[in-house]
Design a protein around this ligand. Structure first.
Ligand SMILES: [Zn+2]
Length: 376
């Protein structure tokens, strides 16, 4: 999901809780159907029914966030920082910066989510025993208890990328010590589960349970796409596993001194037709920033005679760099994170070259087509 459309709701334990616009749809659907349900089931007045519905819906999303926080905090414990939790149309997702490197870590990170929902469900149902069912607080607790249990069970379905699929992958992984094969199995089962969802949803739809059927089919379609995507990611990861930045680092790159006037930098770019970013190096070959023609847009043309490269460059502090020994996957991830297509390669404090995304993708394409030939 593009981060641009996400809005921040809160910040807990240093983790941003964001929502994607699609979450507003589900928020509305839940609130609306709960309001209708409460007013019909318990014959409350409109005001009581809708207030209870709104509070219950909000509490439901608090429990979704708690489920995700459990994943995030467990991931952090294993040294995999999580910066954001995003709420979207199918619930919540914790954005792990990396995949866990050990089966044990993956198992714990995956299982704590459903366990949290299970405990929350049990607490709500336990508290619901304290009063008669038609009291708004008790009715709300019953509903929250049931929904959290459903959430726990749904997430434990053993199809990747659901929590249950991750648990399954961790188990296969610890048994055969092969992450790729384990992922292959878990995503394959995930696809089967997804197809069953779609099939069941379509059957329900034609049996007259229109909206529910469509919803289930839609969840199936989402699971199918997610399983395919995770598998492709793993394929990419394994194809790039044996290469480092050293294999593709290019020692030829354009440089420009920080005190170069912008006008003359612009002249060089237009004369050479080289629109790639240039490294800004001092006399002592120290990297102080990167400038690209696109950075010139940050200053209006009339100001150019007054400016130098160092005024418009992206300074070193905001630059991502790689070392020769870093993996190509890490380099790609850094590029994606910083929205750039090339990175300076630095070793022992000196610039050794640059690495470009198109070169990595070329190598990846070759590696993947060779894998394909082998499998075929
Ligand atoms: Zn989960």
């Amino acid at each position: 999901m593009p981060n641009l459309s996400n809005r921040r709701l809160a910040r807990v334990f240093g983790i941003d809780i964001e929502f994607h616009w699609t979450w507003l749809i589900i928020l509305y659907l839940f609130g609306y159907s709960l309001g209708v349900y409460f007013s019909h089931a318990y014959h409350w007045g409109l005001w009581v029914a809708w207030t209870t519905a709104i509070i219950t819906t909000l509490l439901f999303f608090v429990s979704v966030v708690l489920h995700e926080l459990a994943h995030s905090l467990a991931a952090r414990r294993y040294g995999l920082p999580v910066h954001t939790i995003t709420l979207f149309v199918f619930g919540g997702v914790s954005q792990l910066t990396r995949e866990p490197e050990q089966a044990g870590a993956e198992f714990v990170i995956a299982i704590v989510g459903p366990l949290t929902s299970l405990v929350l469900g049990a607490i709500c149902l336990g508290l619901a025993q304290l009063g008669p069912r038609h009291v708004p607080v008790i009715a709300s607790l019953w509903w929250l208890g049931a929904v959290n249990l459903i959430l726990a069970v749904f997430n434990l379905i053993p199809g990747f990328p659901l929590d249950g699929g991750r648990v399954l992958r961790a188990i296969i992984w610890s048994a055969n010590r092969n992450f790729i094969a384990a992922t292959h199995w878990a995503t394959r089962i995930g696809k089967i589960v997804a197809v069953l969802f779609i099939f069941y949803g379509v059957v329900m739809f034609f049996r007259g349970q229109g909206i529910n059927g469509l919803w289930i089919a839609f969840i199936g379609w989402f699971l199918l796409t997610a399983a395919e995507q995770s598998w492709r990611q793993t394929e990419v990861k394994s194809a790039l596993e044996h290469f480092t930045v050293r294999d593709l680092s290019n020692p030829f790159f354009t440089t420009v001194p920080p005190d170069e006037p912008i006008e003359s930098y612009f002249q060089q770019v237009t004369d050479s037709h080289n629109y790639r970013p240039s490294l800004v190096l001092t006399d002592g070959d120290e990297l102080v920033g990167v400038i690209a023609p696109v950075d010139l847009r940050n200053a209006p043309r009339p100001q150019w005679p007054l400016l130098r490269v160092k005024d418009l460059m992206v300074p070193r502090a905001r630059l991502a760099t790689v070392t020769m020994d870093e993996g190509l996957m890490e380099a790609l991830e850094k590029m994606a994170l910083h929205g750039v297509s090339q990175l300076p390669v630095i070793d022992d404090g000196h610039v050794r070259g640059v690495i470009r995304r198109d070169r990595i993708l070329e190598l990846l394409q070759n590696a993947l087509s060779q894998n394909g030939n082998k499998a075929g």
